[in-house]
Design a protein around this ligand. Sequence first.
Ligand SMILES: Cc1ncc(COP(=O)(O)O)c(C=O)c1O
Length: 370
Amino acid sequence: MIPVFEPVISEDEIEEVVAALRRGEISGSFGEALPAFEGAFAEYVGCQYGVAVNSGSSALQLAVAAAGIGPGDEVLVSASTNIATALAAYHNGAVSVPVDSEPVTWNLDLELVEELITPRTKAIIPVHLYGHPVDMDALMAIAEKHNLLVIEDCAESHGATVRGRMTGSFGHMACFSFYANKVITTGEGGMITTNDPALAERLRSLRNLGFGEPRFYHEIPAFNFRMPGYVAALGLAQFRKIDRIIEEKRRVAQTYNRLLAGIPGVQTPAELDWAKNVYWMYAIIIDPAAYGRTRDQLAARLWEKKIQTRTFFCPMNQQPFLRTQPGTRDIPCPVADRLWETGLYLPSTWTLDEATIGLVADCIREFQAG
Ligand SMILES: Cc1ncc(COP(=O)(O)O)c(C=O)c1O
């Protein structure tokens, strides 16, 4: 089987984890690996502070909590995203409002943002979907005009840039995931980056049960979202390879682009001229009228050939528990709906060789029946 992704963990990474364990770095409360990983990753992103946590979902939930967003507030989110983006608002008692996608990069459509803003709107959480960045210069201009906080969801965009500047360095906070299939991984893990010292301090306190003075006296309801030290050691070892991994992910994408070019009804991922796409997953859209088969027929065909694929995300406007949340707004998202019905992503592990990519591309080309 050719899986959509395969974790690649090498001996040097295993050795670093074992070394951290030998140093006794088993918790998220002490040790050298944790601050080293936080410091190195934050510097890479172009931020002063990094706060490591136990998942990307925790990072988002913590960021929304640190911003003081809660009941009665609305948060604009990309319609096409992992549920974790909307859950961050939900678990803080706020309502997420989906912003429909635009059809080229599949990111939130900046033309639609302003008309969705109400007096309740407190923040925007843009997602850099599948590794293509949102135009953060344009988004920050809208946010500043309306005095909104911006939390970038960078779970899929480590190393992606906008006019040469890293995603994660634009918003007031940015949230990264190090889940098994992410650009770099700690198995499970996440990090929030920020340049705001007050936010960084609040995030650190909220991640660690909100200990006060004296210890065991708590002014705020917080969380235990700590990342263990030996997990941070894996993160640091992975981080040292990030440039190579991104280069290889771009090679995989360029190979797919070349081999899928010109097939009627197959839309390949964009890379706009101001953007660097890290192609977290190599995703395509199937137009059934031009391709002659549906996305589901193609996915079934690939599966017969032992090639795994996954659909795009079910958009936030269609999620049952969000639709019934008190205060929810019914926002049509026709583009995100179409992406959910017609999009799929292909095997995207950064070690895929040309022959394997060729097998996948041949299958897609041969199945076309226009
Ligand atoms: C856009 C996006 N946001 C958030 C998350 C949540 O991250 P995690 O799985 O580490 O909780 C993911 C992926 O898993 C994601 O793709």
